[in-house]
Design a protein around this ligand. Sequence first.
Ligand SMILES: C[S@@+](CC[C@H](N)C(=O)[O-])C[C@H]1O[C@@H](n2cnc3c(N)ncnc32)[C@H](O)[C@@H]1O
Length: 424
Amino acid sequence: MGADNRRTTTFVVIGGLAAVAVAAAVRRATTAPSSSRDPPSSSPSSSSAEGGGGQGQSLAMKLLDRGLVPDWLVRRQIRKLLGQRLAEEDTGDPESQQRRLMDVVDMLRDESAAIAINTDEANEQHYEVPTEFYLRVLGKNLKYSSCYYDDMDVLNAAKNLNDAEERMLALTCERAALADGDRILELGCGWGSLSLWMASRYPNSHITAVSNSRTQKEHIDARAVELGLDNLEVITCDVNVLDFPTTGSDDNDGDDDAGGGGIFDRVVSVEMFEHMRNYQTLLGRIAGWMKPNATLFVHIFSHHRLAYTFEVRDESDWMARYFFTGGIMPSDDLLHYFQRDLRLAEHWHVDGRHYQLTSEAWLANMDAERDALMPVMARAYGPDQAERWWVYWRVFFMSCAELFGYRGGREWIVSHYRFEKVVK
Ligand SMILES: C[S@@+](CC[C@H](N)C(=O)[O-])C[C@H]1O[C@@H](n2cnc3c(N)ncnc32)[C@H](O)[C@@H]1O
């Protein structure tokens, strides 16, 4: 997710020590051997001359790693890179543009491919970072996805984050057409924002929440106990190997489930599809797990017309390597091409500025919690890497804010879809 720091040289040409520092950070981050970035859950990472602020580090680099490059300059460069990304992805003529989109569609239709790739890296990059980081940075529901603001007051984004979380959670349930008593599957549940919300608001429903992160399950299970919820089950499983009954299995809810179909009335997924690389197989499997009249609700971030993958092609692909390995930026219409097993019934847009404010709120919370978070960073990345990763997380949130705020929230947006099962 976020800005694509693809052209390191851009930083250099604008000149100035601080600009060079940003460039150097991107270059260093992308050329450092992967072992220099230990999994967050592991013991303190090995120090390298490059990664640990040792010999050979330029003055410019030291400035950035110590947070001495002003945010306004970092943000200006991010916006410049976003403009470059758009120019690169825009072929300039409709025929080749559509061919490029269809290449992405064909890739996501390749049923011999894995449903998700680089799952270990993605997990390390975000989903096994200590929960304490998210407890201090996200809103009180721990929603790690776009929220929905009722006004676009950037200065009060952090103050309004809890309300914005709840507004999007309520909107999600409404658009997913949930009803009390539904058997619900949530794919990519994060730290349980939606699962816990659904479990408490639909007490007669049974919710199965899935993610591939062990620490997410630990958190949700503990919260469910605190809240006295016994209608929520969290499964830790990579979606590549996830499986549920598919053929008229009786879920003992009094319905007649026979006659083809799985066990779920409603499937919901919020910001997990961006990690997926084989939509055809994934949607086919989900359809198999759904009862005949069931629906699937999907929330993704998207570009309003371009689709592209995050690849580590060269040293400048900082975002792909460190925050979004194996990820994809879907175009808003991408899911329209995947209706073999599910039929698109509804499609909504959410102004990108809602995600801009969400990201600004996370950044503001991070800054406000610096003293408490530095020891968390040290635990996650190693004491000698804490400062550096503090800066990277800040740059990541700034990148997300600039991406979704680009052109007043009309370029990169959030897309919602409701699919119905095609009964064959
Ligand atoms: C951006 S987070 C969104 C979390 C949550 N839906 C929310 O709104 O707060 C993406 C979620 O997808 C999960 N995920 C990503 N790749 C996965 C995979 N291959 N298998 C299972 N879960 C995966 C992550 O662990 C995480 O829970």
